[in-house]
Design a protein around this ligand. Structure first.
Ligand SMILES: [Zn+2]
Length: 369
């Protein structure tokens, strides 16, 4: 009962706030409103207010501001409709929502990537901290998504999943949303356990959102989690729906269960390394002839110990890109220890890989194919 009340209250307040945000982009009425506040009470109306022809300066100010607000609202509505900065309005595009690692001081959202197809957000890979904000800034919503892929369950790849799910409460999705991630081990839960620990009824951390995982009709869509138990060098097709095919293989990320993915959509092929040290050869096979390999630039050559056990240095990224016949390399998961070392990183890759190499920033949009 308390849960229901909480959810209902949350829904009303959130729906109102959400609607308000949607109707008032920061660049629209808000800035016009500020200009009106500056112009009207303290100083004589400017020529734009005088141009209204109103009888008094006060009336002119009010009328002018109302006009400006109306123009601003119309402009905002127009801007929303046109979405001039939206990634991938035609064909396939890869948008980097989070280009950073776990460190907050890199001033980047943590790992997250979104594939757009003809203007629709279709595949989300990871949801690290800060990426939910970038997801909103990209103009995406959860309803059109075909699938969510988690490379592994470290915080910098999953922390914003609850934020995305909660935000989608204010959307109208009813279709199940598949979510894939690795099977567990002694140190990490399986993906199904992870989702249940977040949203499961009675015991989940966010149990008030249990409607997203329970079979009970709640009006919400169901988040459909799957564990990927991948053998040895297996590259398995795990998803084949609506013209989107996803392949997965296990990769080595220290002792952390981790998966790399290849997404095929609209004739484009995009591979995501996730976090890996590149050791088992599976990423080479997965990324064969892809248009883009999105690889994680978490360490430099010369890294040792835990860093090297978890991540691949540029020389290994370059070798894999060369051996796999990758057409373009995008480097993300940039960390304090690699930021500022781009020339060194690119030089190490250039020794073996001749194709384009790009260092990603948050919200970068890359057309593919
Ligand atoms: Zn990471």
């Amino acid at each position: 009962m308390i849960d229901a009340v909480t959810d209902a209250l949350d829904g009303r307040v959130g729906a109102s706030a959400s609607s308000s945000v949607r109707d008032s982009p920061r660049s629209g009425p808000e800035s016009v409103g500020n200009s009106c506040v500056r112009d009207s009470p303290r100083r004589k109306p400017t020529s734009s207010c005088d141009a209204t022809g109103a009888r008094s300066s006060q009336q002119a100010s009010i009328a002018g501001c109302a006009l400006l607000l109306a123009i601003g609202a119309a402009h905002a509505a127009s801007a929303r409709a046109e979405q001039p900065n939206r990634c991938g309005t035609q064909g396939v595009a890869l948008q980097v929502l989070g280009s950073g690692g776990p460190e907050l001081q890199d001033q980047r959202a943590s790992s997250s990537y979104l594939i757009w197809f003809n203007g629709k957000p279709t595949v989300l890979v990871d949801a690290g901290g800060g990426s939910a904000l970038r997801f909103g800034q990209s103009g995406a919503s959860v309803t059109p998504l075909a699938v969510i892929l988690l490379t592994h369950l470290h915080v910098d790849h999953t922390a914003d999943l609850p934020a995305l799910v909660k935000s989608s409460f204010f959307e109208s999705r009813t279709e199940r949303l598949p979510l894939y991630g690795p099977a567990g081990n002694d140190d990490f839960p399986a993906t199904t356990q992870f989702v249940k620990a977040l949203f499961g009824a009675r015991t989940g951390t966010y149990r008030y959102l249990a409607g997203f995982v329970s079979a009970a009709p709640s009006g919400a869509y169901r988040l459909d989690a799957h564990d990927l138990k991948l053998d040895g060098h297996e590259v398995r097709r795990i998803f084949d729906t609506h013209g989107i095919r996803v392949f997965a293989t296990s990769v080595v990320h220290g002792g952390v269960p981790a998966v790399a993915y290849r997404v095929e959509i609209g004739g484009a092929r995009i591979a995501f390394s996730g976090d890996t040290n590149g050791d088992n050869g599976n990423l080479d096979r997965l990324a064969r002839d892809v248009d883009v390999l999105l690889a994680h630039n978490a360490v430099l050559d010369g890294a040792t110990g835990v860093e090297r056990a978890l991540h691949m240095p540029p020389s290994v990224i370059g070798r894999i890109a060369r051996d796999a016949g990758v057409k373009k390399l995008i480097l993300s998961h940039r960390m304090l220890r690699t930021l500022g070392h781009e020339a060194e990183t690119e030089a190490a890759i250039r020794k073996v890989f001749a194709g384009p190499v790009v260092f990603a920033d948050d919200l970068d949009c890359f057309p593919v194919g």
